[in-house]
Design a protein around this ligand. Structure first.
Ligand code: SF4
Length: 334
């Protein structure tokens, strides 16, 4: 049997029953794909169900405010993806698609935030267009099956794996093939301790034969992490505080937070930090001090962009995970 047939046979018996697999609606598949880029399936499920219920179609999502989309996304991180989700929905409604969510790879690729992987996934799952998906799971399975030492994060590697994935694709059932390959990577050929003893492809697996399973896939370089020191201030007056929305050009665009300074610039250095939170992002480690400044009277002239808000209304604003953690600690004060 060919590799694809074995995978599809395996998939038929082992697949997880997930809500986005019960539909061929490209909009819902897109929603699930964007959410699942952020998180594991268990947590992603809650977000998917919330989004699909609140925005059952692309028109509903496009009509929402960006604030509402960000609020529903809260906790998933990578907020630029939520903004792209909203922008793409508007693109579908107002652009050349005229409200019809596309199913062709070429049209999908033009949507904001849709890269080659996502476009291939939607096109093959919803309309059986014969395009191969290559995600982290696929890289791993192919690197092991064919014992490939080329780093998967190099330009050459990406081309090599894409070509191999295209060769393996079953042109009769591309959607099924792609789903089977990804699910196989998620459940059978897992990153740590893959289940080689029960693997239906073990007879064909070159890494198993060559005892290199633990060394595949190869990654070239680790990402450099930049360390940043942020100082946040809770300016508190009765049941109110001061907040602002983050601008563009840095992390968390469009999300709300407390006043903040960075590096050596500390307002009220005489006030000791109430607590410190270390927050790891992909390329940055944030070390954040939080100070409480209790005011006897409200601030009269506010810097532009700042608003005074009650603690209760503050809870309705979309915030990053770090700020939501600080909110939990500050809640005893209100
Ligand atoms: S034998 Fe092991 S490494 Fe090879 S494909 Fe199967 S699970 Fe993956």
């Amino acid at each position: 049997m060919e590799i694809s047939q074995i995978l599809q046979f395996w998939y038929d018996r082992n697949r997880r029953d997930l809500p986005w697999r019960r539909t061929r609606d490209p909009y819902l598949i897109w929603l699930s794909e964007i959410i699942l880029q952020q998180t594991r399936v268990a947590q992603g499920m809650d977000y998917y169900l919330k989004f699909a219920e609140r925005f059952p179609n692309v028109a509903a999502l496009a009509a929402a405010s960006e604030d509402e989309v960000l609020k529903l996304w809260q906790g998933l991180g990578y907020y630029s993806r939520a903004r792209n989700l909203h922008t793409a929905a508007i693109q579908v409604m107002e652009g050349e698609c005229r409200g019809q969510f596309p199913t062709r790879y070429s049209a999908l690729s033009r949507l904001k935030g849709v890269g080659p992987y996502t476009a291939a996934a939607i096109a093959s799952f919803s309309a059986d267009e014969p395009v191969a998906v290559v995600d982290g799971n696929v890289y791993r399975v192919l690197a092991r099956l064919f014992d490939i030492p080329t780093p998967i994060d190099s330009t050459g590697g990406q081309k090599e794996f894409q070509a191999l994935a295209t060769q393996l694709l079953d042109p009769q059932h591309p959607g099924l093939h792609n789903q089977a390959l990804m699910e196989f990577g998620a459940l059978q050929c897992t990153p740590l301790s893959p289940h080689c003893d029960t693997c239906p492809l073990s007879g064909k697996c070159l890494a198993l034969a060559n005892r290199t399973v633990g060394e595949r896939p190869v990654k070239a370089g680790k990402v450099k992490v930049r360390e940043r020191r942020l100082h946040y201030y809770l300016f508190k007056y009765k049941d109110t505080l001061w907040v602002h929305q983050r601008g563009s050009g840095d992390i968390w665009q469009g999300l709300w937070e407390f006043p903040v300074t960075e590096g050596d610039e500390i307002l009220h250095p005489e006030v000791p930090a109430a607590f410190t939170i270390r927050h790891q992002l992909t390329h940055q480690l944030l070390i954040c001090d939080f100070r409480i400044i209790s005011l006897q009277e409200p601030i009269r002239t506010l810097p532009s962009g700042y608003i005074q808000i009650t603690w209760q209304n503050w809870q309705k604003k979309a915030v990053a995970k770090l700020i939501s953690e600080a909110n939990r600690k500050f809640s005893v004060l209100f």
